[in-house]
Design a protein around this ligand. Structure first.
Ligand SMILES: Cc1cc2nc3c(=O)[nH]c(=O)nc-3n(C[C@H](O)[C@H](O)[C@H](O)COP(=O)(O)O)c2cc1C
Length: 226
């Protein structure tokens, strides 16, 4: 009986996790509702559980909220409208040179974005940084090895899953860090830190852009078990 209860509990936890996984999708438009400092702190504390090389924990996090977020969004929209070229800290390589598998997946996604009626506002949503009420910028020292970018990625995903488990939505995007200069100016990120990624956080609006349905490659097409 006890064992049975334990198994049922385990099953329930597994199901909870799959719900968390399903909840984490890219949300491209947010309600103005602010996220509490307690919740922001809690998801970052969860993300600190991510693994890192020799427990180096190379990451730091700067979260823009309220007026700071609005200043970044205003500057971002102005730069976007003026057609100013991005100056992200990580280089952006021509997407045709990423390899056959990612290119084939990306072209399918790009075709979908171009034709899906829920995504007609895609470019505008990027430009206004999703109307998000908060944005977490993840940095590592500029002197860090490439492995620290791997660590920062684990940190970012853990943060997003923790957020999802609290019903908090997220949006990880190149767009968020496209203008590193405005992030340094308004969020006070020091010059010796590399801005790896930005994760928007908040609560999804009922805008149709959030109805966009994504897909994944069939597992059998990318998995080899020997
Ligand atoms: C590093 C990175 C950069 C991304 N940049 C953008 C972006 O600039 N604009 C955008 O709309 N989506 C961006 N995305 C979101 C992806 O398009 C999205 O994660 C992917 O299509 C899978 O969809 P899902 O997040 O809803 O599961 C980015 C995602 C990652 C991980």
């Amino acid at each position: 009986m006890y064992l049975h209860r334990k198994l049922v509990k385990k099953k329930a936890n597994i199901m909870d996790f799959s719900e968390v996984l399903k909840h984490r999708v890219s949300i491209r438009d947010y309600q103005p509702t602010q996220v509490t400092r307690t919740l922001l702190t809690s998801v970052v504390a969860d993300a600190q559980q991510a693994p890192s090389w020799a427990n180096s924990q190379p990451w730091k996090v700067y979260i823009a909220t309220g007026e700071t977020m609005k200043k970044i969004q205003k500057s971002h929209l102005e730069k976007t409208r003026a057609g100013i070229k991005g100056n992200a800290d990580l280089p952006v390589k021509d997407i045709h040179d990423w390899g056959n598998l990612p290119w084939s997946n990306m072209s399918e996604w790009l075709d979908k974005v171009g034709s899906d009626p829920t995504m007609t506002d895609f470019t505008a949503a990027n430009g206004r940084l999703w109307n998000a009420p908060a944005m977490a910028y993840i940095t590592i020292p500029k002197t860090a090895p490439v492995w620290s970018i791997y660590d920062a990625g684990s940190f970012a995903q853990t943060l997003m899953l923790s957020a999802a488990s609290h019903g908090l939505d997220t949006m990880v995007a190149y767009e968020n860090v496209k203008y590193a200069d405005e992030i340094r100016e308004f969020a006070g990120v020091p010059a010796d830190e590399l801005i790896v990624e930005g994760i928007a956080m908040g609560y999804r609006s009922d805008d149709k852009i959030n109805d966009f349905k994504n897909a994944r490659l069939a597992t059998a097409k990318m998995l080899t078990i020997l």
